[in-house]
Design a protein around this ligand. Structure first.
Ligand code: AMP
Ligand code: GLY
Length: 420
């Protein structure tokens, strides 16, 4: 089988790597990929917003199946477009992708189906939002409705911050904003909960915890994710059951009532408050870096899993997981998530020798004349799997230190809740 993967991050390299091991898969294409995917797949540099061009390429190469990594093409309706053109695709359609594409869509679904989530209000003007904020309890959370690359959420301790956030969103910081969401601040511990679904059946796909803030101690700006570990320390059969019954099942019923179903990975970002799950947000894809943290725990042939989903036969797959724990540290360009410089050569990467439980997944990298250069904010992912989180972290740091790159930084405290 020939498979194509859309995306260029660590998540997509991890997907490529897992597919490469599959007995079913002969050839992999990555659109556009990175220096890591280039070693195991053919990188294709195509404008991803030109669906027509992408379709023509897929047909010309007889690619059997497309997997979409990031949210934007999903929210833009790439799945619907490829399906209309009779191309097999793994990912949710445009309606289902609203779970990530519109926070207000998800909040309304929660309200209608009784899904536990923070209390909220939707405001259609700055004046109305400010009137509400004058009387509100703090901290409070102000959110832009649409996709904002993880930046459209403001946790506001004081009134002034909430006014500022409201102003920035209505002034178009995250694109045209006709409405905003203001919600109650939930205090608890976060957990990322994943399922995979073929539209008929779904199965759980592990839990993880990522570290979104740039600096140690979970301080500094929000990023795409500086590291992660799996499983979450909160995971238990009892909590899993509650999450499925109170959150996942009613969501899938809600989508059915809208005349659609969910195909792909669904990522529930949860806040666990006194052992009760609350939905903070949905993502309609695997997380990054959660994907590169979780996939090394999967023993089952990943190609078979995806193929079963395309054929609506996920019920025939029994998942087999390593019991071991996994931890990922992301090496970033200095300055990220603000300005940083690109095109800095990364040396010694080829000299690192990895054991079968150790992985390096590329993100913002590119290959030129046998050399590797940085090409983004998040650059490399170091993942270790063993029965001890602390050992994983120490080993990942040891490997990072073997690499010669003057422009990198990383958090040394990934997993502190399960280690220190
Ligand atoms: P999101 O982009 O919706 O995942 O939000 C980014 C981060 O903001 C989350 O990972 C949480 O840490 C935090 N957050 C969002 N909504 C809330 C809330 N209602 N209460 C507490 N923290 C929140
Ligand atoms: N790691 C957070 C995300 O993928 O959205």
């Amino acid at each position: 089988m020939k498979v194509g993967i859309i995306g260029s991050g660590g998540r997509e390299h991890a997907i490529c790597y897992s597919l490469k091991k599959s007995n079913n898969i002969d050839e992999i294409f990555c659109f556009p990929g990175n220096a890591g995917t280039k070693k195991i797949a053919e990188n294709i540099n195509i404008n991803l917003s030109n669906f027509e061009e992408l379709k023509n390429f897929i047909i010309s190469k007889n690619i059997d199946l497309i997997i979409i990594g990031p949210e934007k093409p999903l929210v833009d309706g790439l799945v619907d477009f490829l399906e209309e053109n009779k191309i097999n695709v793994f990912g949710p359609n445009k309606i289902a992708s609203q779970l990530e594409g519109s926070k207000i869509f998800t909040k309304n679904l929660c309200k209608k189906y009784g899904i536990p989530t923070a209390n909220f209000g939707v405001f259609f003007s700055e004046v109305d939002a400010i009137k509400f904020l004058e009387e509100a309890k703090f901290p409070i959370v102000v959110k832009a409705d649409g996709l904002a690359a993880g930046k459209g959420v403001y946790i506001c301790e004081k009134k002034d911050e909430a006014f500022q956030a409201t102003k920035e969103i209505f002034q178009g910081k995250f694109g045209l904003a006709k409405k905003i969401l203001i919600e109650e601040f939930l205090s608890g511990e976060e957990m990322s909960f994943f399922i995979i679904s073929d539209g008929k059946t779904y199965k759980t796909f592990c839990t993880a915890q990522d570290h979104k803030r740039a600096l140690e101690g979970d301080k500094g700006k929000n990023t795409g994710g500086m590291g992660a570990y799996s499983p979450s320390r909160l995971e238990s059969n009892h909590l899993n059951k509650k999450i499925i019954e109170k959150i996942i099942k009613p969501t899938l019923i809600g989508l059915n009532d809208l005349g659609t179903s969910y195909v792909g990975f669904l990522y529930a970002g949860l806040m666990i408050v006194e052992n009760e799950p609350y939905l903070i947000e949905y993502n309609v894809r695997m997380g990054d870096p959660e994907c590169q943290t979780i996939l090394p725990r999967l023993k089952t042939d990943f190609g078979k899993v995806i193929n079963a989903c395309i054929n609506k036969k996920l019920d025939s797959i029994e998942f087999d997981w390593h019991d071991e724990k996994s931890l990922c540290i992301v090496l970033c360009s200095k300055g990220y998530p603000d300005d940083y410089i690109n095109n800095q050569e990364i040396k010694n990467l080829e000299k690192v020798s990895l054991k079968e439980n150790e992985f390096i997944f590329h993100a913002g990298t590119k290959a030129q004349e046998n050399k590797i250069f940085s090409n983004g904010g998040r650059v490399l992912n170091f993942v270790i799997r063993s029965n001890n989180f602390q050992r994983n972290r120490e080993k990942a740091i040891k490997i990072i230190n073997q690499i010669d790159w003057h422009n990198g930084f990383f958090r040394k405290d990934i997993g502190y809740k399960v280690i220190d």
